[in-house]
Design a protein around this ligand. Structure first.
Ligand SMILES: NC(=O)c1ccc[n+]([C@@H]2O[C@H](COP(=O)([O-])OP(=O)(O)OC[C@H]3O[C@@H](n4cnc5c(N)ncnc54)[C@H](O)[C@@H]3O)[C@@H](O)[C@H]2O)c1
Ligand SMILES: N[C@@H](CCC=O)C(=O)O
Length: 581
């Protein structure tokens, strides 16, 4: 038994020497109870949950929050400075400003690069378990103390109903933080399986050199969390450009991470003009990798800029590029399908969160013999359930109807783009709007669920991502199921998600085989949205992204650079090989 003074002395030494601390902790395992966070159902009878949620919603609605830049832990506000400000408004009630978001200048971006550089070595030299603890604690804070605030910020700012907010900013977000810890631990434990006699081989998972640039989309708070969290957990420092339309929830997330112990400078928050911020960061020698989620068009631009930087010798390394982008996801209905299941799954897949998921169902293939029954049921359900909030004050958020199924689209640009699509469909003889087509911007950016039949299966409505509640449909001859699989595979440049609905196993197998490269997430008798961390690893190939699979183990590999060490215990006594004698 060590005396107290010896123990204190040893603790002091350990505190001074991080290498020693790492070695002392190398057998610590992450908690064994890591499992998916449960979705709170928010039924009518969950009155306490509703009361707490309403209180948080009222808090954010009653005054606009000042959202600063956060560089090296320091808050920087636009007031009394030359910085401009962006007003993030409530998409369900556009006159209501939720947050005044300070916009970064070129100088701020430079400061963020410096902050990320200075914070780096201390952060990656921390034992993994200390870095992991920050994210585990943040997950617990989000699923308990800040649950209602996170929900309210995501519902108000990003136009979600409570269920969509729950599966995003609570369950998926905390799942990302917790499962990444488990996956990182597993990765660090992956070591060379062979060491010859007298040799010890080791793999060391170093962070990348330089900083990671994380660019997040508006539509998932959880995605933003993973864009910053995955690289940071692996010892990288991050410069984060959030979407202007998600600044409120994203800033709240950063404050939770800080409360959980995130050191200064590890994640630097720089909202601002996307091109100004990006160009400045990509021009830096310190740029080590991109972690992006957003549209294919923007990702291609960034990819091009990085390639040019590489060719021009701008960077120290080949920067890692990890990007998840758009989709034109399909539901393929076979004549043997259970129609009610296909109908309800399609309503959810196409219209939940107003179709603003990269995974949303946006093209549907139905056998001619089943089309009438399918759409009679689907349209009947939409009408009966009053799924359309257009022209009513009963939007899920602004009018106080928090139980609604659909809400607004994110902003005016999106609204304008979608109504242009609807107007085009009204005049194109190749297209027929069989349901919906309404929109209203009186109070918020509301576009109703809309279904459009296409005569030509290669019409641009079958290939273009609209990112709204618009479903394009093609009726195929019943005896052309196999050809329809080929058609699906060849129609769009994307490869994100897709589903087949059938009871017939031969049909399922055929689709499974023929659609192997058409999507990165394939569903059988289920909607093509709603991947769950650690259960369905998420991401697509082709023009949908680099398919590094968020929510799975492989993505963490992209944020480390392995150093292999061979230590030799047997000293040489001669230079000649046996064959030289
Ligand atoms: N595959 C996935 O996992 C996934 C997940 C969510 C969203 N998405 C895709 O994201 C898109 C919707 O999100 P969005 O509207 O926020 O996308 P977006 O591409 O407009 O914006 C994404 C991010 O890029 C930034 N950005 C925009 N223009 C830029 C430019 N020229 N240079 C640098 N940065 C720029 C934005 O400010 C934002 O932070 C859809 O295409 C959707 O499919 C994909
Ligand atoms: N991972 C989510 C989609 C995120 C894209 O926006 C899903 O599977 O529905």
């Amino acid at each position: 038994m060590l005396s107290t003074s010896t123990r204190l002395q040893l603790q002091k030494i350990a505190g001074r020497n991080s290498i020693r601390t790492i070695s002392q902790l190398s057998y610590v395992n992450p908690p064994t109870h890591i499992k998916n966070e449960q979705v709170k159902p928010f039924t009518n009878t969950d009155t306490k949950d509703w009361d707490l949620l309403r209180a948080s919603i009222m808090k954010f609605k009653s005054s606009s929050l000042e959202v600063p830049l956060v560089i090296n832990g320091e808050r920087i506000y636009y007031n009394n400075s030359n910085r401009s400000v962006f007003a993030q408004s409530n998409p369900a009630c556009h006159k209501q400003v939720l947050a005044n978001v300070t916009q970064a200048t070129e100088l701020d971006v430079k400061d963020a690069i410096q902050a990320a550089k200075e914070a780096k070595s201390k952060w990656y030299q921390l034992p993994f378990y200390d870095r992991a603890a920050v994210f585990l604690k943040a997950a617990d804070l989000i699923s308990t103390k800040y649950r209602y605030d996170m929900l309210a910020a995501t519902m108000l700012g990003q136009g979600k109903n409570v269920y969509q907010a729950e599966i995003d900013c609570i369950t998926e977000l905390s799942d990302f933080f917790r499962f990444n810890v488990k996956y990182a631990h597993d990765l660090y434990n992956l070591q060379p399986v062979q060491s010859a006699q007298g040799v010890w081989n080791k793999a060391e998972y170093r962070p990348l050199e330089g900083f990671i640039y994380a660019v997040s989309p508006f539509n998932f708070t959880a995605i933003a969390a993973n864009l910053i969290g995955a690289p940071a957990l692996m010892g990288n420092t991050v410069i984060w450009k959030p979407s202007q339309s998600a600044a409120l929830s994203n800033y709240l997330l950063l404050t939770v991470l800080e409360e959980a112990g995130l050191p200064k400078g590890v994640i630097n928050f720089v909202p601002g003009d996307p091109i100004l911020v990006t160009d400045q960061l990509l021009a830096s020698k310190e740029f080590g990798g991109l972690h992006f989620t957003g549209s294919t068009q923007v990702f291609k631009q960034l990819y091009g800029k990085i390639q040019t930087g590489v060719v021009n010798g701008l960077y120290r390394d080949y920067p890692r590029i990890v990007g998840e982008t758009g989709g034109k996801n399909f539901h393929l209905i076979h004549k043997s399908a259970n129609i009610p299941n296909a109908v309800f799954s399609t309503i959810r897949g196409a219209f939940e969160f107003q179709g603003q998921k990269c995974s949303a169902t946006s093209r549907l293939y139905i056998p001619q013999s089943k089309s009438e029954e399918f759409f009679r049921d689907l349209i009947g359900t939409l009408q009966q359930q009053k799924v359309t909030p257009v022209n009513t004050a009963a939007s899920p958020i602004s009018g106080g109807d928090l139980h609604g199924f659909m809400g607004p689209v994110i902003h005016e640009q999106s609204y304008n783009k979608l109504i242009k699509v609807i107007e085009e469909a009204k005049t194109d003889p190749e297209l027929e709007i069989i349901y919906g087509g309404q929109y209203d911007k009186g109070e918020g950016w509301f576009v109703g669920p809309t279904i459009i039949k296409c005569k030509d299966p290669k019409h641009k409505f079958m290939t273009t991502e609209f990112f709204g509640p618009i479903l394009s449909v093609y009726e195929y001859p019943d005896n052309k199921f196999s050809e329809t699989c080929d058609l699906i595979d060849q129609t769009s440049m994307y490869g994100l998600t897709g589903s087949v609905f059938a009871k017939d196993r031969e049909a399922i197998n055929l689709a499974d085989e023929k659609l192997k490269f058409s999507c990165g997430n394939f569903y059988i008798n289920d909607k093509c949205t709603g991947a769950v961390v650690a259960q369905q690893w998420f991401g697509g190939a082709r023009m949908s992204g680099t398919d590094d699979k968020s929510g799975g183990p492989s993505i963490l590999n992209r944020f480390v650079s392995i150093r292999n060490t061979k230590e030799n215990f047997v000293e040489l006594t001669d230079f000649k090989y046996p064959s030289n004698y």
